[in-house]
Design a protein around this ligand. Structure first.
Ligand code: SF4
Ligand code: SF4
Length: 280
């Protein structure tokens, strides 16, 4: 995971479904399963500042085991933030990678700046093997065309990583767009029509902007990589129609008829905008 490469395999390990989601291009990548968003302040400016600080500190570090381990401990101690999900990891070796440090990635990866091909991921809490071969439920379970669409409809790592792990949300929204259009989405055609791809990105970014989040979820809701097919979300919402799946994935708080109606209207408004942009 979080390799600096791209394509249908990673470190020689075939990517499930042949579509690689962890690294996409110079601007778009994901660090969600390394715990990227599991911080008290998961806003984009806060994450950018945190990753930039780490990256600068790490760039000055001798690539020696003791120094790297000390970096991890110091980072955890200095940042010391309470985690929204205390039982879920947040890796101190997440930083910014690429020539212009334009996307999130692993500072311990052999292709990261300064590592000269040496894989230091074995020094992380997950251990090198887990870091190399793990694939999240989205990678393993989303249909290939939806994964291909995810790769082309975002222009920045922050929004992409927030959404890419939300397989129930992604599948529900894209299937509904297809239902409205009366045909499957074609990733190849979307590559040639960036405005249409961006319209899908704006729809999927509903997770970032959702105004009906449950008050106990004082942070951006966050998929915890359950692989049992279940969905998180408040009890009491039981039907599995399109809106319900979306509401659950967004950990919504819809305790009144007015709020429920407003939430439905918000989803429908965003959906209609995407369908309009994609209609012939
Ligand atoms: S959450 Fe999925 S897409 Fe993101 S880095 Fe992990 S395995 Fe890759
Ligand atoms: S060491 Fe592993 S968990 Fe940490 S950032 Fe790298 S890939 Fe993610």
């Amino acid at each position: 995971m979080r390799s600096a490469g791209a394509g249908g395999s990673q470190n020689g390990v075939p990517v499930p479904g042949g579509v690689y989601l962890c690294q996409v291009n110079e601007m778009v990548s994901c660090g969600a399963c390394c715990g990227l968003y599991n911080v008290a302040d998961a806003s984009r400016p806060a994450l950018e500042a945190m990753l930039a600080r780490r990256t600068t500190r790490f760039s000055r570090l001798p690539r020696q085991m003791e120094a790297i381990l000390a970096f991890g401990e110091q980072t955890a101690a200095v940042e010391g933030q309470p985690r929204p999900y205390p039982d879920f990891h947040h890796c101190p070796y997440l930083g910014l990678i690429g020539e212009g440090r334009t996307r999130v990635g692993c500072l311990l990866h052999p292709l990261a700046a300064g590592n000269q091909g040496v894989d230091f991921r074995g020094l992380s809490e997950y251990g090198g093997m887990a870091c190399r071969i793990y694939f999240c439920p989205s990678t393993r379970r989303l249909p290939g065309r939806y994964k291909a669409i995810l790769r082309i409809c975002f222009d920045n790592w922050y929004d992409y990583g927030l959404v890419v792990t939300e397989r129930h949300l992604v599948a529900a929204l894209l299937a509904e767009v297809e239902r409205c259009l009366g045909q499957p989405l074609d990733p190849g055609a979307l590559v040639r029509r960036p405005a249409q791809a961006a319209a899908l990105g704006a729809l999927l970014a509903i997770k970032r902007d959702w105004p009906f989040r449950h008050p106990s979820t004082g942070h951006l809701c966050h998929d915890l990589f359950r692989d049992d097919g279940g969905q998180r979300g408040p009890a009491g919402i039981e039907a599995q129609d399109f809106h319900t799946i979306v509401f659950r994935a967004l950990e919504s708080h819809l305790e009144t008829a007015e709020r429920l109606a407003a939430a439905r209207a918000e989803v429908d408004r965003r959906l209609a905008a995407a369908v309009r942009a994609l209609s012939p």
